[in-house]
Design a protein around this ligand. Structure first.
Ligand SMILES: Nc1ncnc2c1ncn2[C@@H]1O[C@H](COP(=O)(O)OP(=O)(O)OP(=O)(O)O)[C@@H](O)[C@H]1O
Length: 248
């Protein structure tokens, strides 16, 4: 990975939703192109908040966030060219997928991002066909996304994000709600994305995701700090540490 471009750089980032109650506590990190990063930590340690900062949905009260060397601020998104560039490149699968589903049908949900990007009708049809087969959601295309099971909603949400072929994929608890076969399919799909050189940043409690999926793991704690960074072997060989941070 050495020599790869730095995509994200956070310098002493602190964030609070309400004053005095920290949700992120002085976070500094760098993430390079093509890395697969796991974010582990107990409930409320700041994992989702960190993903929303990386997705340009929240902006820290303290510290700085850089994306491809450029400071990411609320104002950055007022530039339509940058907004388009960033939103094509970076996607976030929310923990609560209801937050990103809004179309009357699953087909419309899949078409939305492609329409925004100016794809032709025939390209949209082809992509919807391929993507819905890949995620096994062909039989749902005419349904309303709001009347699906939680697992079906998750697959539709993921498909609607990945159909635009983003380079940086932020996943918040992607295996929650999925049945065992869907988990296996998702994990194998994530492996394909990795092999294709995508950058994938995943917050998870699912320990079956951890081994073999991540180049580096960031462990967060109840103080909303990143306590440790390392590969699977380094993090998971220290059982005392894992107990201390409530991971096992
Ligand atoms: N919308 C909000 N308003 C106020 N406080 C919030 C909000 N969202 C999260 N928090 C607080 O911010 C802190 C970090 O929450 P966050 O959701 O980032 O944690 P998490 O590690 O993703 O948790 P989990 O594993 O339960 O999903 C927690 O103390 C939480 O209570």
């Amino acid at each position: 990975m050495d020599g790869s471009k730095i995509l994200f750089k956070l310098v002493d980032v602190s964030f609070y939703y309400v004053s005095e109650r920290l949700a992120l506590n002085s976070i500094s990190l760098e993430i390079k192109e093509g890395e697969s990063i796991g974010i582990l930590g107990p409930n409320g340690s700041g994992k989702s908040t960190l993903l929303k900062i990386l997705d340009g949905l929240l902006f820290p009260q303290e510290g700085k966030v850089f994306f491809e060397g450029r400071e990411l601020r609320e104002k950055s998104f007022e530039d339509p060219n940058f907004n388009r560039y960033f939103r094509k490149k970076v996607v976030l699968l929310f923990q609560n997928v209801d937050a990103i589903l809004f179309s009357p049908t699953v087909r419309d949900e899949l078409a939305f991002g492609l329409l925004q990007l100016g794809y032709s009708d025939s390209e949209i049809e082809r992509k919807i066909y391929e993507c819905s087969r890949k995620f096994r959601i062909e039989n749902l295309l005419k349904r309303s996304p709001f009347q699906l099971s939680e697992g079906e909603k998750k697959k539709v949400a993921l498909a609607s994000l990945l159909i635009i072929e983003p380079d940086i994929i932020l996943l918040d608890e992607p295996t929650n709600e999925l049945d065992p076969r869907s988990v296996r399919e998702l994990l194998s799909y994530i492996k394909e994305l990795r092999a294709a050189g995508k950058t994938i940043i995943t917050a998870t409690h699912d320990l079956q995701m951890v081994n073999g999926f991540f180049d580096r793991i960031f462990v967060m704690n109840e103080e909303k700090k990143i306590l440790k960074v390392g590969d699977y072997k380094t993090i998971f060989s220290d059982k005392e540490f894992l107990k201390e941070v409530n991971l096992i």
